[in-house]
Design a protein around this ligand. Structure first.
Ligand code: LLP
Length: 430
C-alpha cells in the first residue's frame, strides 16, 4: 500500500496536498507517509506471524529519527551497520536488545558500543572479525552474542552493486568453510554463538532466489542448532518493490509503463514460512526498502526547459546529490506531476539536475505528462536509499524531510542552510 493519489487536481500524500507543502517548505523536499510505513511493517509481521519472527528494519534505508521512532513504537528491531546508526536508533527510542549489527568492517569503538548497549547480535562477516570481537569483549569482561554471516553463493538476479550473496562478493563467509568457522568460533571464551545470518542482495523481484538460498542453508542451520544451540536464523532483507506504477491505482497514472511484477508479501511468506517453521528457531528479517521505499517521494520544481536537436531537457531543482539512485544504479523512479496531468498530453524528455555531471539525471528519454517551467514533480519511491545517500556535492544544502500522518505534516528534518554547509570548517590563520 502507499498513500499518494490525486485528489481535487493535485497529488496528495495521505490527507496532505503536496503543492501546498512545496509552497510552504520549498523544493527539493522529501515527504514520507507514516501510514504506508506502518502498513508495510504490519503486513510483513502479520504474514510471518506463524513464526517467532523479529523484524529488524534495515536502518540504512531511511534513518530519520521520526521514521525509526514510528517503527520502534510498533516493537520493531533494527539492523544497524555503524555506531552512528546505533546512536540514532537509541535516540529514536529503539531497543538495542533488538538490534543486529551487520557490516564487514566494524571498528573497536563500534564493537564496544554494541557490547555496552547489549545488542542482540553482531552479525560477523569474517573469522578475523569474530576473533577481534572476542578480544574486545574479553577486555570489557563481557560475552559477545555473535552470528556468522554465510555467503550461500546464490545469484540474487539483481543489480551487480546490490548483489551480495555470490562468492565473488565481499560479504559473509564462504558456504564451503562456514562449518570450520563455527567450530573455531565456538572455542572463543568471550563469544556466544547466537545465530546464523545471510543476505543475498537487495531489490529482489522474485521469490525464487530467497527460496533457493534458504533451501541451501537449512541443513546447515539444523546442524548449528544441534551443535551450538543457536537461537536464530536471519534471512536478511532484500524484498524488492515496484518502481514503476507506484501511484495508487485509480487510473491517474495512465502514462506509467506497468511492466514490473511485484513480489508480494503473501508470496514471500507463503513460500518461506513453511520452509522455516520446522526449524523451531527465531527467524530474523532485515527489510529496508520494502518498509520505506514506496512511502517516500522527492518533490522538485522545473526550473528551465532546453530543447536541443537531440533531446528535450527539463532541468529541475533536485539533483544527483539529493537522490543518487539513477546515477549509481540506473535506478528508475516514476515521475508524477503534482498537478494532475491531462490524459494524452505527453512528451519524451530527459529530466536532469543542476549538478555539473552528465550522470545527474532522473529520467532519460522518458515519456511523461507535459510539464512546464514552474511546475512541480514528484519522484516516486524515493523513501529508501534517498535522503540517506544524499550529499552536499556542489555545496548544495540537504533537503528538508517531512513526515505526513493523516492530514498532519511534520518537519522531521530542517532544510540545511549555507551556514550548515561550512559547520566545522576553518580557514587557518596566516
Ligand atoms: N541486511 C543487510 C545485511 C544489508 O546489507 C541490506 C542492504 C539489508 C539488510 C536491507 O536490504 P533491503 O531490504 O533494503 O533490500 N543503496 C542501494 C541498496 C543498498 C542495499 C545495501 N544493503 C539502492 O538504492 O538500491
Amino acid at each position: 500500500m502507499h498513500s499518494f493519489h490525486y485528489q481535487n487536481g493535485t497529488l496528495y500524500c495521505e490527507g496532505v496536498d503536496l503543492e501546498a507543502l512545496a509552497d510552504e517548505h520549498g523544493t527539493p523536499l522529501y515527504v514520507y507517509s507514516a501510514a504506508t510505513i506502518l502498513d508495510h511493517y504490519r503486513r510483513l509481521s502479520g504474514a510471518m506471524s506463524e513464526l517467532d519472527c523479529l523484524v529488524c528494519y534495515a536502518t540504512k534505508a531511511n534513518s530519520n529519527l521520526a521514521v525509526l521512532n514510528l517503527l520502534a513504537k510498533e516493537g520493531a528491531g533494527f539492523d544497524i551497520v555503524s555506531g552512528g546508526e546505533l546512536f540514532r536508533v537509541e535516540k529514536a527510542g529503539g531497543d538495542p536488545g533488538k538490534c543486529t549489527f551487520a557490516g564487514v568492517g566494524k571498528t573497536r569503538a563500534e564493537i564496544e558500543a554494541g557490547l555496552k548497549k547489549g545488542i542482540y547480535s553482531f552479525n560477523a562477516e569474517s573469522e578475523a572479525e569474530v576473533a577481534f570481537i572476542n578480544g574486545v569483549a574479553g577486555q570489557l569482561g563481557l560475552v559477545a552474542p555473535v552470528a556468522l554471516r554465510v555467503n550461500p553463493n546464490v545469484d540474487a538476479k539483481t543489480h551487480k552493486y546490490i548483489s551480495t550473496g555470490k562468492s565473488e562478493n565481499k560479504f559473509g563467509i564462504d558456504f564451503a568453510v562456514i562449518r570450520e568457522a563455527y567450530a573455531r568460533a565456538a572455542t572463543l571464551p568471550n563469544v556466544k554463538l547466537r545465530g546464523l545470518q545471510m543476505h543475498i542482495g537487495s531489490q529482489l523481484t522474485s521469490v525464487s532466489p530467497f527460496v533457493e538460498a534458504v533451501e541451501k542453508v537449512l541443513p546447515l542451520v539444523e546442524e548449528l542448532k544441534s551443535l551450538y544451540g543457536i537461537e536464530f536464523f536471519s534471512i536478511g532483507g532484500g524484498i524488492g518493490i515496484v518502481y514503476q506504477d507506484s501511484l495508487a491505482s485509480g487510473g491517474s497514472d495512465w502514462w506509467i509503463d506497468k511492466d514490473e511484477k511485484p513480489l508480494t508479501i503473501e508470496e514471500y511468506a507463503g513460500r518461506l514460512v513453511p520452509l522455516l517453521q520446522p526449524l523451531g528457531l527465531r527467524i530474523v528479517l532485515e527489510p529496508g526498502r520494502f518498509m520505506v521505499g514506496n512511502a517516500g517521494v522527492l518533490l522538485t520544481e522545473v526550473l528551465y526547459e532546453k530543447r536541443g536537436t537531440a533531446k528535450t531537457f527539463k532541468i529541475v531543482d533536485a539533483a544527483m546529490n539529493d537522490l543518487i539512485r539513477p546515477a549509481l544504479y540506473e535506478g528508475h523512479h516514476e515521475v508524477a506531476p503534482l498537478k494532475e496531468p491531462v490524459p494524452g498530453e505527453t512528451e519524451v524528455v530527459d529530466i536532469v539536475g543542476p549538478v555539473c555531471e552528465s550522470g545527474d539525471f532522473f529520467a532519460q528519454n522518458r515519456e511523461i505528462p507535459a510539464v512546464k517551467t514552474g511546475d512541480r514533480l514528484a519522484l516516486l519511491s524515493a523513501g529508501a536509499y534517498g535522503f540517506v545517500m544524499a550529499s552536499n556535492y556542489n555545496s548544495r544544502p540537504l533537503p528538508a524531510e517531512i513526515l505526513v500522518s493523516g492530514d498532519r505534516a511534520m518537519v522531521v528534518r530542517k532544510r540545511q542552510t549555507f551556514e550548515d554547509l561550512i559547520e566545522g570548517e576553518d580557514v587557518p590563520e596566516d
